[in-house]
Structures are given as C-alpha cells and as structure tokens.
Design a protein around this ligand. Structure first.
Ligand SMILES: Cc1cc2nc3c(=O)[nH]c(=O)nc-3n(C[C@H](O)[C@H](O)[C@H](O)COP(=O)(O)OP(=O)(O)OC[C@H]3O[C@@H](n4cnc5c(N)ncnc54)[C@H](O)[C@@H]3O)c2cc1C
Length: 287
C-alpha cells in the first residue's frame, strides 16, 4: 500500500527498495497504525512520471545521450535504473548517469542497436518536446557514504555500463568521498570509448579519482590500457580488499565473470554491487 496521509512506519518498510520507501510504500501486513492514516493501492501510476525529451546528442557513433525533464520531479540515486515506456507500451530499462534531483534532468546513455526497437524509437522517432513515461527507479548500484568515506571504490563497466558508473563516481566525489576511486571503462575498439574529456577533467579536479579506459582490440602505446577489462581490473584491485566497494555494470558476461573473480579474489560479497544489462525478453507492457 502507499501512505498518502499520516506517518509511515519504518518497520513496515523493511526490505523494500529505496525507491519504494521514498514513495511512502509500506507492507500492509506489517503496518499497525495507532492513528488515522490514508492509504491507497500503489498502481503503476504511483511509480510513474511523465518526462519531456530535453536533448539528444551522439557521444560516439553508437551511443546517444538523451536528457529528460521529469514533470513533478524524479527522486533517484545516480547509478540506479529506470524503465522508459513509450506510448505503444514498449518498455526498456536504462541507467541514470546523473543526479536528477540536483540537475532537474535525467541523463541516459543509449547504445543504438541496429534492430533495437527502443533504441531506434529513441533515435529516429522521438523528438525534443515529446514525452515518455518513466517508471522507477530501481537497483542497488549507487553510492552510500559509510565508514568515514575513506574506503577504495572500483567501478568497472563495458559500453553504456559507463552511464551508472559515471553517475556513481560524480556522486561520491560530490559527497566528499576521500578514498581512492578507480573507474575502468571497457570497449572493444578505441572508437567505442566516450566521455573521455569529461572523465579526464574529473581526474584533474579530484586527486583521488582515476580514469582507466581499457580497449580489447587496441594498441599498446595509446592513452588507454590494452587488454581484457577483467584481467586489468583484477590486477589493479586495491590492497585493502575487505573494505573495497566494487560496482559492475554493462554486458552480463563481464559483470557475472568479474563478480565471481572479485569474490574469489577476496572482496566481500556485500560490497559487490552489480547491474547486468540483460536484453528484454517481453517486448511491451501496458503503458
Ligand atoms: C538494469 C538494466 C540497465 C540497463 N541500462 C542500460 C543503459 O544505461 N544503456 C543502454 O544502452 N542499455 C541499457 N540496458 C539495456 C536496455 O534495457 C535494452 O535492452 C537495450 O537498449 C536494447 O533495447 P532495444 O529495444 O533497442 O533492443 P531490442 O529490440 O530489445 O533488441 C534487439 C536485438 O538486440 C539484442 N540485444 C538487446 N540488448 C542487447 C545488448 N545489450 N547487447 C547485445 N545485443 C542486445 C536482442 O537480443 C535483439 O536481438 C539496461 C538493461 C538493464 C536490465
């Protein structure tokens, strides 16, 4: 249920994801109010927002940045994901690359697939000023300041897996994180890298932020590290393994393999946060 007036009992929110807690959702079976409250069933509408397309820009030949202005605000941690739903009910998840509360806009990085239904819709059909439904947010890949904010953070992702990692890195730095932050962005070819100037600037502005582009089919004397991102990340894990937080986003094979290797390599499973960009099986949902 969703509490619309009256106190929300924290004990009735145990186990709910942050986004639901922020929307005042509660588990009715755990909710024993001692005063009058108003509640309603949380239909999709309780978690949906309309958002206007504010900008579209190519970041490289296959990745498009789209910015959306949510009507009535959108509370979300950078790194979480949302579901975009178009007017035909086509729905796909995308990770949030910024702090929408601070910026007033939601930044998404869309990898354009030649036969992709949503990526083609976003590239070819939708125009500036058009609106979409945004559902969510969801996901546990986001920065939480703990233990004096001095533990190491490792962020690793391939392709548009950079979107949530970029959001998490900026958020950690904005919140004054003091530990070392390493961001590994993996690409097949050099041309697949993107946001290079922005990430370099972050490294110049913050002494504890280190950007490490990795290119599988690269050359050895370029500005990036040449090789498989999994090997590069494993060889660069901080010595303080028990305190290291690892964030993994992007291709499911990379995410799952690195998750396993990092755990076997000494990282605590509770400190490994992962979002695999799984392809959607069901094409549409009711808008
Ligand atoms: C939690 C989560 C977060 C995500 N965040 C992002 C994000 O930030 N940016 C982003 O671009 N995508 C992200 N995705 C993937 C996204 O939801 C879509 O799956 C993707 O955009 C393809 O949708 P489409 O409609 O364009 O293609 P579809 O019409 O669904 O697929 C077209 C064809 O491409 C294949 N395909 C689909 N996805 C992939 C893939 N990733 N790699 C290779 N082949 C694929 C399909 O099997 C199909 O054959 C995320 C997915 C999840 C689950």
């Amino acid at each position: 249920m969703q509490v619309t007036a009256g106190d929300v009992l924290v004990s009735a929110q145990t186990g709910l994801r942050l986004a639901y807690k922020q929307k005042n959702l509660i588990l009715a079976c755990q909710y024993v109010p001692d005063h009058d409250v108003s509640v309603k069933l949380p239909d999709g509408g309780g978690l949906d927002t309309r958002a206007i397309v504010a900008s579209k820009e190519m970041l490289n030949t296959t990745v498009m940045r789209i910015e959306l202005t949510p009507e009535g605000g959108f509370v979300c941690e950078p790194g979480q994901y949302l579901t975009l739903i178009n007017n035909d009910g086509l729905a796909r998840s995308y990770s949030v690359a910024n702090d929408p509360c601070r910026d007033g806009r939601i930044e998404l990085h869309i990898r354009l697939l030649r036969d992709g239904l949503m990526s083609n819709f976003l590239k070819e059909k939708i125009k500036l000023g058009d609106s979409l439904t945004v559902r969510g947010p969801a996901g546990h890949c986001f920065y939480v300041a703990e233990e004096g904010s001095d533990y190491p953070i490792v962020l690793a992702g391939t392709g548009t897996g950079l979107a949530p990692l970029y959001g998490i890195a900026k958020q950690a730095l904005a919140k004054g994180h003091r530990g070392e932050i390493q961001l590994f962005h993996g690409a097949l070819d050099e041309a697949d890298l993107y946001l290079i100037p922005q990430l370099r600037k972050l490294g110049a502005d913050f002494h504890n932020f280190h950007y490490a582009p990795c290119v599988l089919r690269g050359e050895s004397d370029r500005f990036y590290r040449q090789g498989n991102i999994q090997d590069i990340v494993m060889s660069a894990l901080p010595i303080e393994k028990s305190r290291t937080r690892l964030f993994l986003c992007g291709a499911p094979e990379m995410v799952n393999a690195l998750k396993r290797k990092a755990f076997l390599g000494g990282l605590a499973s509770k400190h490994i946060f992962a979002d695999a960009f799984l392809p959607t099986k069901t094409a549409t949902i009711a808008a």
